[in-house]
Design a protein around this ligand. Sequence first.
Ligand code: RUQ
Ligand code: CUA
Length: 638
Amino acid sequence: MWSISSCQDGSGDKKGALGSNIAEKVYVAPGEHDEFYAFVSGGFSGQLAVYGLPSGRLFRVIPVFSVDAEKAYGFNEETKPMLETSYGFVPWDDSHHPDLSQTNGEIDGRWCFINGNNTPRIARISLQTFETEEIIEIPNSAGNHSSSFVTENTEYVVAGTRFSVPAPQVDMPIAEYKGKFKGAMSFIKVNPEDGHMNLEFQIMMPGFNYDLAHPGRGKSHGWMFFSTYNTEEAHTLLEVNASQNDKDFIAAVNWKKAEEYMAAGKFKEMPADYRHNVYDESTHSATSNKMTTVKVLDPTELPGLVYFLPTPKSPHGCDVDPSGEFIIGSGKLSASLTAHSFPKMLAAIESESFDGEAYGIPILKYEDVVGGIVEQAGLGPLHTEFDGKGNAYTTFFISSEVVKWKLGTWEVVDRQPTYYSVGHLMIPGGNSRKPFGKYLLAMNKITKDRYLPTGPELTQSAQLFDISGDKMQLLLDFPTVGEPHYAAGLPASLITENSKKYYKLEENNHPYAIKSESEAKVVREGNVVHIYMTTIRSHFAPDNIEGVKVGDMVYFHVTNLEQDFDVPHGIGVIGANTSELLIMPGQTETFVWNPKKVGVWPFYCTDFCSALHQEMQGYVRVSPADSNIELTWSLDDE
Ligand code: RUQ
Ligand code: CUA
């Protein structure tokens, strides 16, 4: 066992973080680019952060499930619908697992998906614009944790419920949980052309907790594997009551079979209440659509749809190796790792060699499906990723380390401490047939003494390891935004070519867009005032507006006329109880202002856009509600 005090600064270990060649390995010189992008979830920040590897530099925080005043996400009229749910406007979530789109089992650089845990949702982010383009809510689900994992041709993104709940929801005693609560597994179909998502079907499973998932690939393509805990179906004091069974399950779901059952009409249509929010890049606006039904498959009545693989003991991670042969279950309360064999699983299913059933779902025999065991590898195993060279890397929360072991021989070949208490790890391309096994990113829950103190709340942290050699080598600590829960990474070259530089004005179909300053105008409709405004270095058109009254609802529709890379303008108005707008070249955004006081009130550009940025300003004259000052607007009236 290592101890914190002897390892924390690498002293006495010249190959540790103080080794002189280490700095070179992570140093990306000014003007040079990183080799990989890492998309790191923000955990309880609800967002997705983009870092470069190996430098660990933060490039951008992409707002997904939480409002972001910096980017006006969730504040401007265009993106407010993105955060609509069946519970109303929900401007926060807990985002855990990003995953990247794939073609033929390889990362293709088109989209990143990520789950919202708390109010179950899945988001799709464009890797051309780095904007959230779509959010779909998941009905019948609670704690959308085994999500969002992508199949090898991005056929589906899955969402398994962590908490089982009454489905449909009903007012009932909690003590009647057992047998009555259900665990929905949702399969969200992804349109291969534009990425648009549709909740294709749900499989209504017994009331266990469905924790994590990974898709089959290669030979196991067509299957999805979910880890479960609380197969005891306890409803109180789970730390004791859900740790009774010696083994819980990995649920193997044959989604190709599910497609057959769907095509044969073997589903039930169930009423459901959920939202599907889509951002349209041509109108620069989102719409929120109310959905009312979901198609449900019942695995207790549909043979061959789901099998249970017994797995010790409250498994958490559920990871599939690049060949698709092994499914690794990490029992949180077990010292060993279980690798189930997919071919053995098929053989056991074929010979109907079952160990009973749970709610009509066959349980396979543990001995029949186990392909190998990594014995006594560490304490508190959580997650495993692969380097594509026959090695696997597992995180251990309690013993705070990453352990490298060999697929097939199951022997441990290296272990390195993490500082401290690692949760997930990420190897770029880790959830694919072709990982890029050069770096490993460990995401740690606790940092204690690693950074300068910042009051009671310390930063969370990621640690970068070089895994190109036999031994893992710690290269870098870097602090992260929110909780670095999990990440997905890919070579930068898969994104850079396609990255959007600006929006073409002629393709801007926003209903309140104007394409030139001559079209600028102010229109009154009762007490609603629409300002059609443009912005270009270094003025607004119009820049002076009179005739607005206290109590009006004033919409600023601002189009950025710039047609060049990296020239956003912003706008903020005194007293506006919303964020500023940050408008990209060629884009239109809108915010509402309710003037509450008589006077002459300034607005200004909030983004330092040019040498005359500070001149970029204007005024709105606000008169009493009963005044009859005429509505006028101007630019350069001198
Ligand atoms: S889980 S730290 Cu929310 Cu991804 Cu294992
Ligand atoms: Cu436009 Cu500053």
